[in-house]
Design a protein around this ligand. Structure first.
Ligand code: GAR
Length: 189
């Protein structure tokens, strides 16, 4: 079972996953990290861990359709079985989703279906909810929708700031995602 990680930004979740992988906690083979942002810090992190990287942009492929086609072809060429989205800030096309039935997972920094989208932590904080959290789910064609695999709640305390909440959410993500992948990959093999 070969899996790829798709990410657009910092890559702290990649770091948590690769740490578990290097410790021998995850089944399968981490084949590559792909980013739609050639300067994303996640690519630097991947190189540090000697994980192969791939990157190209929507613009390079003349729009979303060409980009999705190139991405699907690359994943086929690399014989990828499973996709792990870790801060990949694009909606996957239908053809790509159909190519990995039950084989694409995502992490989102809120208790879905509340606060989907690009700013899950900030949106929950600004709304004033007292409990938010982290969701790991299978991906379908919606924005942060699809069957929920695991959730963990995070309390928003009286003196919470957006910064302190972000730290708490990321700490939960970095434990929850590797633990869920450990279970899923063991079942997938
Ligand atoms: C994470 O908080 C992840 O849950 C979120 O992007 C961040 C990426 O951080 N994903 C979404 O909001 C998906 N809608 P990272 O690059 O440090 O792993």
């Amino acid at each position: 079972m070969r899996f790829a990680i798709l990410a657009s930004g910092n890559g702290s979740n990649f770091e948590a996953i690769v740490t578990a992988y290097e410790a021998g906690d995850l089944h399968g083979e981490l084949a590559l990290v792909f980013s739609d942002k050639p300067d994303a810090y996640v690519l630097h992190r991947a190189k540090e861990h000697k994980v192969p990287t791939k990157t190209f942009t929507v613009k390079e492929h003349g729009g979303k359709a060409g980009y999705e086609k190139a991405l699907l072809q690359m994943l086929k060429d690399e014989q990828i079985d499973y996709l792990v989205l870790a801060g990949y800030m694009r909606i996957l096309g239908e053809e790509l989703i159909a190519a990995f039935p039950e084989g694409i997972v995502n992490i989102h920094p809120s208790l879905l279906p509340s606060f989907p989208g690009l700013h899950g932590i900030k949106d929950a904080f600004e709304y004033g909810v007292k409990i938010t959290g982290v969701t790991v789910h299978f991906v379908d064609k919606g924005v942060d929708t699809g069957p929920i695999i695991a959730q963990e709640a995070v309390t928003i305390d009286e003196n919470e700031t957006l910064d302190s909440l972000e730290i708490k959410i990321h700490q939960v993500e970095h434990k929850l995602y590797p633990a869920v992948l450990k279970r899923l990959f063991a079942e997938a093999e």
